[in-house]
Design a protein around this ligand. Sequence first.
Ligand code: SAH
Length: 240
Amino acid sequence: MNILYIIAMQAEAQPFIEHYGVEEVNNFFYPLPCKLYRTTITNNNGKESVLNVVLNGQQHGSDLVGCEAASVATLAAIERIHPDIVINSGTCGAFLENGASIAKVYIGNGCMFHDRRVPGDDQWGTQALGNYPVWDKASQLAQELKMPMGKVTTGSSLDMQPCDLSIIKENKGELKDMEGAAVAFVCSLLNTPILFVKSVTDLCDSGAETFEEFSKNLALASQALKKANTRVIDYLTNID
Ligand code: SAH
């Protein structure tokens, strides 16, 4: 199996990178800023899989978060790597009222945009929200690994405006991030299955300031993400 992770921030990927000892393939995406780390994994029956970890890279001295960078990285990576599956992994905000807690790791059961408000007929509305499909075996994986599932909703901001919240609520969104639906959009164009693995850094309805909560919990959530991803990889590399 050829597995492609798309991860926005180095801090989210670092525990994972260290765990697998994946090595950077220098200049793989030159002149794009995306970075590739790659290694080979051998499963219990001696079958080999390739693990590719792609980071969006940096601009202006900070990691490129958000939809544009995620789309560029996903398109460039799928065209060069031809993965069997794309996994978008990273941190997210979630809701106490849905039973979320810090560093809880979810598998996505759907994804959409929550900040694209486009008037017009149903087709424009449908395009704006996205609602891209996720890998058809995602719920089987979640069930076998006993991981909770939730709907990913993506926007271009870390904060949440009242209009974002009302779209999230109307559409039963649970995991608020800044890349998921953009990665899924590219996957939908290129017919590549997508799986989401998301760890909670902040609780959107806790009343806390999001950036402070995010910064305080980033390391803990990234450790939890590594743990969950090793289980996901064990699962994927041991199915036919
Ligand atoms: N200035 C921050 C930048 C992080 S932006 C820093 O210093 O690190 C937040 C990143 O975490 C994005 O990649 C996004 O996908 C994810 N994220 C975590 N919590 C989020 C939330 N509540 N809303 C949107 N994105 C969130």
